[in-house]
Write a protein that binds this ligand. Structure first.
Ligand code: CP
Length: 308
C-alpha cells in the first residue's frame, strides 16, 4: 500500500487493519502522540474543505508531526498555471506524505505518478473520496458493531455525491448488504456504479424517489447534500436542492437503532432538530474521520508497527 487514490486500492484485510488501528488509537491516544515526530504532511487543497483538510492536519499534529500546504488553488502557483505533476514533485521535496483534493477527477492519481512519497486522494471531482469512505466505515463499525447484514439507504444527490460512490463500492464487499437508493430521477446513481458494482456482484438494491415508504427498513440512513458546485445549471440546482429534508416527524417510523450519517457539510437536508436525536451520528462521524486518517497515515508511512 503506497498511495490511496481509489477505495479499491485497499483490500478488505488492509481496511480491517486500518479500522482496528483507528480503534486502538481511540483507546490509547497517548501511545501514538509522538509516532510521527519529524514527519511532515502536505495538504494540497485545490477545492474548499473544512473537515477533510483540518482532520488530516489535526491527525498529523496528534501523531507528533507537522503540517504545511495550501487551502485553495489561488493560494498556490496553480494560479500561475503550474501543473499538478510539477506541484507534487516540488512538494515531495518538502514533505513525507501528501493529501490532495482537486476538482478534476484523476488529479491525485497524476500526482502519485510523479512522486516517491505516499499520496492520499482527499476527494477528486465527482469521482472518489476514499478517506471519507474509511470514516464512514469506522462510524458504521463503531455505532452498529458490524459492517455486514445491513440495509443502507443513500438519500439525496447520488449522481454527484462522490462519498456515496466510494461507500457503495466498499460496502458491497461485505456479506448480505442491501441498498436503497433514494433520489430524484435527475440525481440517480451513475450507471457505472450499478453495472460495475451492484449488478456485477448481485447486490440487492432498489431505486426510489420517496423516503417515507422505505425509512422503516433502514439500519443506516446516509444523507447527502445536493452538490451545487457540480451543476451546470443553477435553475436545476434550485429546483432540486430541497427535495429531501429529514425531520423528527419523518423519523417517526424509523428503527430505534437506525444510525443517520452525513459526510457534511449539511445545507438544508437535515433539520437541526434531528441533531439531538440519539440516532444522529454525523458529528461523531467527523471525529472518527480524524482517527481513521491517523491510522491511514501511520500505515502509509510504515510506522504502524513501531508503536508498542
Ligand atoms: N466530508 C467532507 O469532505 O467535508 P469537507 O468538504 O468539509 O472536507
Amino acid at each position: 500500500m503506497k498511495h490511496l487514490i481509489d477505495p479499491t486500492d485497499l483490500s478488505l484485510k488492509e481496511i480491517d487493519e486500518i479500522l482496528s488501528l483507528a480503534e486502538d488509537i481511540i483507546q490509547n491516544r497517548k501511545k501514538y502522540s509522538e509516532v510521527c515526530k519529524g514527519k511532515k504532511l502536505a495538504t494540497l487543497f485545490y477545492e474548499p474543505s473544512t473537515r477533510t483538510r483540518l482532520s488530516f492536519e489535526a491527525a498529523m499534529l496528534e501523531l507528533g508531526g507537522s503540517v504545511l500546504g495550501f487551502s485553495s488553488a489561488d493560494a498556490s502557483s496553480a494560479a500561475k498555471g503550474e501543473s499538478v505533476a510539477d506541484t507534487a514533485r516540488t512538494v515531495s521535496k518538502y514533505a513525507d506524505i501528501i493529501a490532495m483534493r482537486h476538482p478534476k477527477e484523476g488529479a491525485p492519481l497524476v500526482a502519485s505518478m510523479y512522486v516517491d512519497i505516499p499520496v492520499i486522494n482527499a476527494g477528486d471531482g465527482g469521482h472518489n473520496h476514499p478517506t471519507q469512505t474509511l470514516t464512514d466505515l469506522l462510524t458504521i463499525k463503531e455505532t452498529k458493531k458490524r459492517l455486514d447484514n445491513l440495509t443502507v439507504g443513500f438519500c439525496g444527490d447520488l449522481k454527484f455525491g462522490r462519498t456515496v460512490h466510494s461507500l457503495i463500492k466498499q460496502l458491497s464487499c461485505y456479506e448480505n448488504m442491501k441498498f436503497i437508493l433514494i433520489s430524484p430521477p435527475e440525481l440517480q446513481i451513475p450507471d457505472y456504479i450499478k453495472e460495475e458494482t451492484l449488478l456485477k456482484k448481485n447486490i440487492p438494491f432498489q431505486e426510489v424517489c420517496e423516503m417515507d415508504t422505505v425509512i422503516n427498513d433502514l439500519d443506516i440512513l446516509y444523507m447527502t447534500r445536493v452538490q451545487r458546485e457540480r451543476f451546470f445549471n443553477e435553475a436545476d440546482y434550485i429546483r432540486l436542492k430541497d427535495t429531501y429534508i429529514l425531520t423528527l416527524e419523518k423519523l417517526e417510523n424509523a428503527k430505534p437503532d437506525l444510525k443517520i450519517l452525513h459526510p457534511l457539510p449539511r445545507v438544508n437536508e437535515i433539520a437541526t432538530e434531528v441533531d439531538n436525536d440519539p440516532r444522529a451520528v454525523y458529528f461523531d462521524q467527523v471525529e472518527y474521520g480524524k482517527f481513521v486518517r491517523m491510522a491511514l497515515m501511520l500505515k502509509l508511512l510504515g510506522l504502524d508497527q513501531t508503536v508498542e
